[in-house]
Design a protein around this ligand. Structure first.
Ligand code: SF4
Length: 169
C-alpha cells in the first residue's frame, strides 16, 4: 500500500514573505496516487462519517480514472463549496477518521482530494450542473442554494465561524 501523499507546503523562509496559502494543494500526480489508495469499500464508512454523505468512493474513483469533471459533479450533488470544505472541514474527525485504512495504513486524504478537484474546477472552468439540494448541520452542510436568483447563497458563515472560533462567534 502506497503511503498517504503529503500536502506540499511553502517553506517557512518563503511564507513569511508572502500572503499565499501555506499548503499549496496536491499536484495531479499526487492526487492520482492518493486516489489509487482507496480500496472502494462496499460499505464505505467514510461516507457515513461525512455530515452531508458525499459519495466519497465514487468521487475518488473518478479522480483515479482522471475524470475530474465527474468527480466534482459527484461532490457538488451534496456540497456546494468543496474548495472551502476541502480546506476547513475537520476531516480528521469525520470521514477520514472512519476510513477503513486509517488504523493500518493511514486514511485516504479525502479532504485533500476534494480540494484538488475543486481547485481544478476553479482554474480550468470544468463545467458541472448546479446543485439543487444542500442542507444540514455541520459547517459544510449549512449551505442553501437560492434557485430563484440562480445564485448560490451561503448561509453557512455563522456555523463556520462557530466551528472555527468556538462558541464566542
Ligand atoms: S473508507 Fe477509505 S478506503 Fe474505504 S471507500 Fe472510503 S475512502 Fe476509500
Amino acid at each position: 500500500m502506497e503511503s498517504r501523499q503529503e500536502m506540499p507546503r511553502q517553506e517557512p523562509g518563503k511564507r513569511i514573505k508572502n500572503f499565499k496559502e501555506v499548503a499549496s494543494g496536491y499536484t495531479e500526480e499526487q492526487a492520482l496516487k492518493e486516489a489509487s489508495r482507496c480500496i472502494q469499500c462496499k460499505k464505505p464508512t467514510c461516507k457515513a462519517g461525512c455530515p452531508v454523505e458525499i459519495e466519497i468512493p465514487e468521487f475518488i474513483k473518478a479522480i483515479a480514472e482522471k475524470d475530474f469533471a465527474k468527480a466534482i459533479e459527484i461532490i457538488k450533488q451534496k456540497n456546494s463549496l468543496p474548495a472551502v470544505c476541502g480546506r476547513v472541514c475537520p476531516q480528521e474527525s469525520q470521514c477520514e477518521k472512519v476510513c477503513a485504512l486509517s488504523k493500518k495504513y493511514g486514511s485516504v486524504a479525502i479532504g485533500r482530494l476534494e480540494r484538488f478537484v475543486a481547485d481544478l474546477q476553479i482554474s480550468n472552468s470544468i463545467n458541472v450542473s448546479r446543485p439543487t439540494n444542500v442542507g444540514g448541520q455541520a459547517p459544510c452542510q449549512s449551505v442553501k442554494v437560492d434557485k430563484t436568483k440562480d445564485d448560490a447563497r451561503c448561509t453557512m458563515l455563522r456555523r463556520l465561524l462557530s466551528w472555527a472560533l468556538g462558541p464566542r462567534a
